[in-house]
Design a protein around this ligand. Sequence first.
Ligand code: PEP
Ligand code: MN
Length: 340
Amino acid sequence: MIIIMQSQAQEAEIQAVVERIERAGLTAHVSRGTERTLIGAVGDERQLSSEVFERLPGVEKAMHVVKPYRFVSREGHSNDTVIDIRGIKLGGGLPVQVIAGPCSVETQEQMDAAAEAVVAAGCRMMRGGAFKPRTSPYAFQGLGITGLEYFLHSARSRQLPIVTELMDVRMLDTFLEYDVDVIQIGARNMQNFDLLKEVGRVNKPVILKRGLSATISEWLMAAEYIAAGGNHNIIFCERGIRTFETAYRNVLDVTAIPVLKRETHLPVIVDPSHAGGKAWMVPALSCAAVAAGADGLLIEVHPNPCEAWCDADQALTPSQLSELMQQLRALGAALQRPLA
Ligand code: PEP
Ligand code: MN
């Protein structure tokens, strides 16, 4: 950490900062300039809080020099992390993986038809929510464990690893018992720190969606909660953020893709469905995501979108998904970012 003293700072104030640094077990390096004094705190600075120093008399500003997130940062981990999901690899410049499936699990027939569509389009993993975070408590909340059973029945017979949302820490053991392949932490739970700590203790891959209004730094710190528990199998998922714009559900933050790829070694995927909120926007947003360097996509598809119990407007039909996959293959070839 670097502490910049005010130009009028007294010697006693400088000494007070030095003592505070030494009390925390770090070494202080005082550098006296013509205008002002700078003090460097050398050691594990993550335990120091800049606010504490900024409260001290004579201090102008205190700044961290290392990232506050240790495990998810590229600092000290320059190679990209590749996540292995039942033998399917995600990240590290490997071919783009598309995960597709309905917003929510509804019936066995719906999941069978959706799984058929996922396979027919050439996607290698399937999504589907059995536990749904709905804005209204009166809306369909998901089938729960029965939904997990329908999902597994449709996906396992087709060798499709499954991605499904965990909302409540009390269901974690059930997810492990059912051998869910990828645990999704939804946008609304991005800062549910107790939930993050618990998924940090298991070794299942986790998709961490960006909170509705989360900054990149808050998102990285949320991932650090998972990583700090020992689970480094984390996949970031940009799914659109809240802005002043009301013409679409959320704004897909394409800028976040290269920024995250620079800040972290972990894979970054994009959910174009929850970003635009309309099926017709999904192809354009998917292409933008791949062009910007996303490692994968998470797309909603339903055998009969008009009948979907949740997020009907944004679900692709099976034929739209197949068409999109062809488009992405062509784009991928042009960009040397092939589809898996
Ligand atoms: C979902 O993936 O179905 C979902 C609810 O997404 P989000 O948490 O991004 O809103
Ligand atoms: Mn949805």
